[in-house]
Every structure is written in structure tokens, then in C-alpha cells.
Write a protein that binds this ligand. Structure first.
Ligand SMILES: Nc1ncnc2c1ncn2[C@@H]1O[C@H](COP(=O)(O)OP(=O)(O)O)[C@@H](O)[C@H]1O
Ligand SMILES: [Mg+2]
Length: 273
């Protein structure tokens, strides 16, 4: 069990490594003994997370794996500041977010986090450029700059020529690229992606992973949920959840290059048209 230079690993009662037990200076995400209970009625409690400790440092591309119901989405919602833990500590860029007001939390979410979802979550009445500009609405960025930054983000995902297309005029893969551009546009500390290829065919999934790998190589820190080992193979570290706990946390020994995989393909209809 390697510790990625993230600090000492604590041992849980059953001898499994559960993550760092001390503060890591440059961690983007550091959670310690994070727990989340959902109360269903008077006497039923679901222990969705039962004490998760881990950290993510700048430049990592982390795959979160585990069976359905193991707590992956609960974990992502907590580190995305979309929900609050029942107990535990969460430091985002060194800031303890568990004590922040809802307003401060929303501000932090907008400036430090980028989100990519399985269902793209684009606004149907807005074109690609307007969708990408949305996260800058509350950041005090001038109209001109919003426009420039959104175009640059679309350029980074190879979609600037579709800037004026609405989501319904784009393929699933193109819609996800717009969503990736939107996640990037505020230069977040970390991009959180919950099953971003879950609605896409395998070829398009590889293209999306190629874009995420290129962004990661350019410095983006990414945490991605997947239940597909092939997809995790493009990431640099795999953290496995089971029953609300981290049961393994390993660097990937052989990272697959999506660009290499794609270089062996014949051109698609779209590219050759
Ligand atoms: N809002 C909720 N209310 C009650 N139980 C929930 C809620 N969200 C998730 N759970 C439960 O918490 C556990 C973990 O769910 P989840 O984090 O969605 O798992 P995964 O994303 O790994 O499939 C499951 O038992 C699930 O049923
Ligand atoms: Mg889930």
C-alpha cells in the first residue's frame, strides 16, 4: 500500500488502510473520518459513508470505484459541497468547509469546483457558449471576459466551431464536451465528474477520457466516479469504496493513453464528412 506522499496511513479496526491521519500541506481535498447518515423515518438510518479519510493533491486524476450503493455519489456530493457530512472534517484548499454559511459555501463551490455529470446537465434554451459562460455569472467577471474565457474553454475541448449550437443540436459526446468546458471555465481547484461516460458509447467514452487526460496533463486535478475498470485505467490512481468505506487506494501502475487508443481507429463519420 503506497501513500502517494499524502501523509501517514491510518489503520482501521479491521486492518484496512483508510487514508492519511494528518494534515497535508498542499492537499486540494482532504477528508478525515467523513460520515454521512441518511435518516429514513423515525428509526431507520442508512450509513452511506462510515468514516472515509483520504486526500487529493494537485495534478492527480483519481478514479472512485465501487459497487452500486457503496457511497460514491454521497462522497462526491460532500466534496462538491452539495451536501454536508453528519460528522468528520473536510478541508478544500485548506479551508474547513463544514463550518461555512450556505452563502459562503455556494461562493466556494462556484470558484473552486467544477462539475461534470452523467446526464450533461446543460440548459436546453442556451447555446454551447452561453452554457459555458454560466458559472461566471456570479463571479464579477465582465461580459467581454466571460465571452473570451468561454470561447477558450470550448477551444480546449475542440468544440469552438459549435459555440452557437444548442444542446439538442449536438451529439451526446459533444454535449459532454460542452459540460467539460463549463467545468473548466473558472479554473477550479478540482473537477468532480460523477460517471461522466455513463451515457456514452465506448468510442465516445474514450474520446471524453482523452480530453480529461489532456486537461490533467495541462495541470487540472480531477476526481471521477466510474464503475468501469476500462475508464479507471485512464486515471492515475484508483480508490475503491465498499459499504461506505475506502477498501483500497492504489496508484495505477499502467495508465492507458486514450490518445494512443484513438490513434488506432479509422476516422469517424463525423471526422470524414
Ligand atoms: N438521499 C438519500 N436518502 C436516503 N438514502 C440515500 C440517499 N442517497 C443515498 N442513499 C443511500 O446511501 C447509500 C450510498 O448511496 P450512493 O452514495 O448513491 O452510492 P453509489 O453512488 O456508490 O451507488 C445507498 O444505500 C443509498 O441507498
Ligand atoms: Mg452513484
Amino acid at each position: 500500500m503506497l501513500d502517494h506522499g499524502n501523509g501517514h496511513l491510518a489503520e482501521s479496526a479491521n486492518g484496512r488502510a483508510v487514508g492519511p491521519d494528518k494534515t497535508v500541506a498542499n492537499a486540494v481535498v482532504q477528508v478525515t473520518d467523513l460520515r454521512k447518515d441518511y435518516r429514513l423515518g423515525a428509526d431507520v438510518v442508512v450509513h452511506a459513508l462510515r468514516g472515509v479519510s483520504m486526500c487529493v493533491v494537485p495534478g492527480e486524476f483519481v478514479a472512485i470505484m465501487g459497487p452500486s450503493g457503496s457511497g460514491k455519489s454521497t462522497f462526491m456530493n460532500l466534496i462538491g459541497c452539495l451536501d454536508r457530512p453528519t460528522s468528520g472534517v473536510y478541508l478544500l484548499d485548506g479551508v474547513d468547509v463544514t463550518s461555512l454559511s450556505p452563502d459562503k459555501l455556494a461562493e466556494l463551490r462556484g470558484s473552486k469546483l467544477g462539475f461534470i455529470f452523467q446526464g450533461f446537465n446543460l440548459l436546453p434554451r442556451m447555446d454551447a457558449l452561453e452554457n459555458v459562460m454560466l458559472p461566471m455569472m456570479y463571479g464579477g467577471v465582465s461580459g467581454h471576459e466571460r465571452h473570451e474565457r468561454a470561447r477558450a474553454a470550448l477551444q480546449a475541448v475542440g468544440l469552438v466551431d459549435r459555440a452557437s449550437h444548442r444542446p439538442s443540436e449536438l451529439s451526446g459526446g459533444q454535449q459532454q464536451r460542452v459540460a467539460i468546458a463549463r467545468s473548466l471555465v473558472n479554473a477550479p481547484s478540482v473537477i468532480l465528474a460523477d460517471e461522466p461516460t455513463g451515457n456514452l458509447d465506448s468510442r465516445t467514452s474514450t474520446e471524453i477520457m482523452g480530453i480529461l487526460q489532456a486537461l490533467n496533463q495541462a495541470g487540472a486535478t480531477i476526481v471521477l466516479v466510474t464503475h468501469e475498470p476500462d475508464i479507471a485505467g485512464y486515471c492515475s490512481r484508483t480508490v475503491a469504496f465498499k459499504d461506505g468505506l475506502v477498501v483500497s487506494d492504489e496508484p495505477n501502475r499502467r495508465i492507458v493513453s486514450a490518445a494512443d487508443v484513438m490513434s488506432g481507429w479509422p476516422p469517424s463519420d463525423e471526422e470524414s464528412a
